[in-house]
Ligand binder design. Structure first.
Ligand code: PRP
Ligand code: URA
Length: 206
């Protein structure tokens, strides 16, 4: 499994502010969106392109255009905080939704919603800020793969070693793009040092 830790100084600056427990939801939402721009730019680095020539005001010039069709799949709820960055970068993107919530005792993801556009042959970005046990990420990737996409990439803000191991086991073909690889999970499945409950901080619930 390919892992890319996006260590761009701006990405790390934004991540550090997200980790700060004093950051209130309105700022948290803005920072999440900005950090997702940086993560997604890295995630699309290997997208297929086609060589073209365009007529400029002075001369013709060669160039490249993205040629793959993109689908974004945020995992509800917290993945919604990452979606707007993708729709702004790629206005033509189709969006699928996977609703998953961890059971607090078993830590297993419970599925409550799924709505996918056609995925066959498409380039899919699965969006979820936290890769903790990896149960939600692995389940979402499995749901996406039922649609026979051409390529799946997983984009998250913080990842834990346990989640990476789960993805390696179940989806070794899915590259992961993250701003941080943190130390471990605590007894309640929260990432340490992490940044707490992402969905609660994003939406002001607690
Ligand atoms: C959080 C987070 C991930 C999941 C990660 O969602 O957004 O989806 O936990 O944990 P895992 O890797 O152990 O599966 P949560 O279940 O809290 O739901 P929410 O997004 O609705 O808050
Ligand atoms: N989900 C979160 O929101 N945070 C964690 O640390 C783990 C799972």
């Amino acid at each position: 499994m390919a892992l890319t830790v996006v260590d761009h100084p701006l990405a790390q600056h934004l991540l550090t502010s997200l980790r700060d427990r004093e950051t209130p939801p309105p700022v948290f939402r803005t920072l999440t969106k900005r950090l997702t721009f940086a993560l997604v730019l890295e995630a699309v680095r290997s997208f297929p392109t086609v060589e073209v020539e365009v007529q400029g005001p002075l001369e013709r010039s060669p160039g490249r255009l993205l040629s793959g069709e993109l689908v974004a799949v945020p995992i509800l709820r917290a993945g919604l905080g990452m979606l707007e960055a993708v729709t702004e970068l790629f206005p033509e993107v189709a969006v699928g939704y996977v609703g998953l919530e961890r059971d607090e005792a078993s830590l297993l993801p419970q599925s409550y919603y799924r709505k996918m556009p056609p995925l066959e042959g498409k380039q899919v970005l699965v969006l979820d800020p936290m890769l903790a046990t990896g149960g939600s990420g692995a389940a979402a990737c499995a749901a996406v793969k039922e649609g026979r996409p051409g390529h799946v990439r997983f984009v998250c803000v913080v990842s834990a070693p346990e989640g990476l191991a789960k993805m390696e086991e179940e989806h070794p073909d899915v590259p992961i793009f993250t701003a941080a690889l943190d130390r471990q999970l605590n007894d309640h499945g929260y990432i340490l040092p992490g940044l707490g409950d992402f969905g609660d901080r994003l939406f002001g619930t607690e």
